[in-house]
Write a protein that binds this ligand. Structure first.
Ligand SMILES: *Cc1c(COP(=O)(O)O)cnc(C)c1O
Length: 232
């Protein structure tokens, strides 16, 4: 079983941390949402965070996420975000079970999600994953390709584009971080001028939440600092 008290305490601490970062960036504290990343953690841990007021949860592995979603079906206002790599043979599970898909970077996947999303559901809320540090090993499209990709997504009625997501290089220097966060923030503003529904910049994790908020992040994805270390 998860340690509910430890999770509630850790969550409150992260909320204070986000609030402080917002103050320092002269931003409203409500302008940044916490996404609790619950990958590898049991449903009981998610339930504990939910009971402490958390509503948005992120999962990286399709089957694990779907199992947890089923187990927690009684929590009707929970919001599930898929944030991991997605193979085309698993798109239906995401289309059926998740409210958000944050790691979209291929048109083929987008088309399948659009075809498989049922008409009874709200459109799947999507973020385009951007490879801000041009890492060969990392998913995501280049900043220069965002406009074209967004235009293609606009043709898919069961998907609603809400913004951008990025996972920065782990070994970036401060200068590189500054540069890639600024470039992403500019791309986000640019996208907003074309698509009024775009309101979400998913950037910042446990170790880079403050600079992310300084650069306009509206959603920080926190795993370890809420749920504790994951088993390797
Ligand atoms: C695991 C993960 C996180 C959370 O990472 P922590 O270091 O545990 O806070 C955030 N975003 C993505 C895409 C992840 O895969």
């Amino acid at each position: 079983m998860a340690d509910s008290e430890a999770i509630a305490t850790a969550l409150a601490e992260q909320q204070r941390r986000v609030q402080k970062a917002c103050e320092q960036a002269c931003r409203a504290p409500q302008s940044v949402r916490i996404l609790a990343v619950s990958k590898t953690k049991p449903a009981s841990a998610v339930r504990a965070a939910y009971q402490a007021g958390q509503r948005d949860f992120g999962e990286n592995y399709v089957q694990e996420g779907v199992d947890k979603i089923a187990e927690l079906a009684d929590l009707s206002d929970i919001v599930w975000h898929f944030i991991g790599p997605l193979q085309s043979n698993k798109t239906k599970l995401v289309a059926d079970n998740f409210a958000w898909m944050q790691s979209l970077d291929r048109l083929k996947i987008a088309r399948r999600l659009n075809d498989q999303r049922s008409d009874d559901q709200a459109p799947l809320q999507v973020l385009v994953q951007v490879n801000i540090d041009n890492e060969a090993s990392k998913a995501g499209i280049a900043i220069d390709d965002i406009a074209d990709f967004a235009a293609q997504l606009a043709q898919l009625p069961r998907l609603q584009l809400r913004g951008l997501m990025a996972i920065p290089a782990a070994d970036a220097s401060n200068a590189q971080q500054q540069q890639s966060f600024s470039a992403l923030a500019n791309a986000f503003k640019q996208l907003q001028t074309h698509y009024p529904q775009v309101d979400t910049l998913s950037l910042g994790m446990s170790n880079d939440l403050e600079p992310a908020i300084e650069h306009g992040s509206t959603m920080v994805r926190i795993g370890t600092s809420i749920f504790g270390k994951r088993q390797a």
